[in-house]
Design a protein around this ligand. Sequence first.
Ligand code: OSB
Ligand code: MG
Length: 376
Amino acid sequence: MIRIRSVELREIHLPLVHFFETSFGRTYNRKIILLTVHSDEGIGYGECTASEEPLYSSETTETAWHMLSDFIIPRLMDRDLLSASDAAEVLSPIRGNRMAKATIETALWDLEARRLGVPLSKHIGGVRTQIPCGVSIGIQNSIDELLEKVRREVSDGYRRVKIKIKPGWEIEPLRAIRAEFPELPLMADANSAFRLSDTALFRRLDELGLMMIEQPLAHDDMVDHAVLQKEMETPICLDESIHSADDARKAVELGSCRIINVKLGRVGGFTEALRINDYCARNRVPIWCGGMLESGVGRAHNIAMSTLSGFVLPGDVSASKRYYAEDTILPPVTVTPEGIIRVLEFPGIGYELNWERIGRATMRTRQFTRNRVISD
Ligand code: OSB
Ligand code: MG
């Protein structure tokens, strides 16, 4: 039984070490909501993965703050949960807003794991003690700069390189990487920047032996992706289009993709991620953990999710120092020269919060206790 006593929301601002550019623009600074949940038995932490602007998803940091404050936290505080796995059902009448929901859903799983004294990875049924890591490299100013970045990541041990593509930045950068790294596990993420009328371009990419192409077409599409997948050999991986296990099933049945990127925020938390894992493991659809430029708390949740049986491909889960000079957790997440992260064996997410760093980054906080807000 989990009886929530209080919840704290905290908005922090963190500068990225380097800007991150996708087909929809550049991010220099992250605005992140951290959530702390207290129950009679203990504490849990969550991080909201919504972005600053509604470009990847319709959610933003600000909409998540609103949804958490006015609907999600009050609804969860209104009743006792038998377990963390009940939270998703309690929140199901609230449409959409999955990143906002996942902020507290993931915190409740952390709380429950701590109360049981087990690592979060074990509590969700994970089977790995270490996870293989990939990197996501944003759009660069030149091919030379891109190649320089790829060299650094490969020499740091990363097992897979993904680059962001957009119209005009696709074949050339990918060919340049392929020429220098013929065997590198390489892939591209378009973040919905292309149309079905670009099919000829994707057929040309088939020559490069990419592991997959992520979300080439519209963010809400499965039908055109199925048409495109039939026209090309390279597997399509869906990201933006998949919000639930039901979406995963539909995409697989339609032939819209052969691989799925799972993000805890995009699917609303661990309960739905576990359903996607089960469906995909049963149907032999490889999945991997996507990233949203998370700070340490979100990164730690991603590490736990990546230990599930279906996560057979390296994900976008990499070292803290690639994103932040000083992370919100201690120790920061590190990657070995072999390109793996060792899963910590402490209870819950396994990392301590770096309150000194978090304190300096905090822009506002809000406290909630059972049935009422006590302070702003
Ligand atoms: O599409 O996977 C994506 C970052 C922000 C929004 C969307 C995406 C990404 C990434 C970064 O690719 C992954 C990471 O956290 O390293
Ligand atoms: Mg993506």
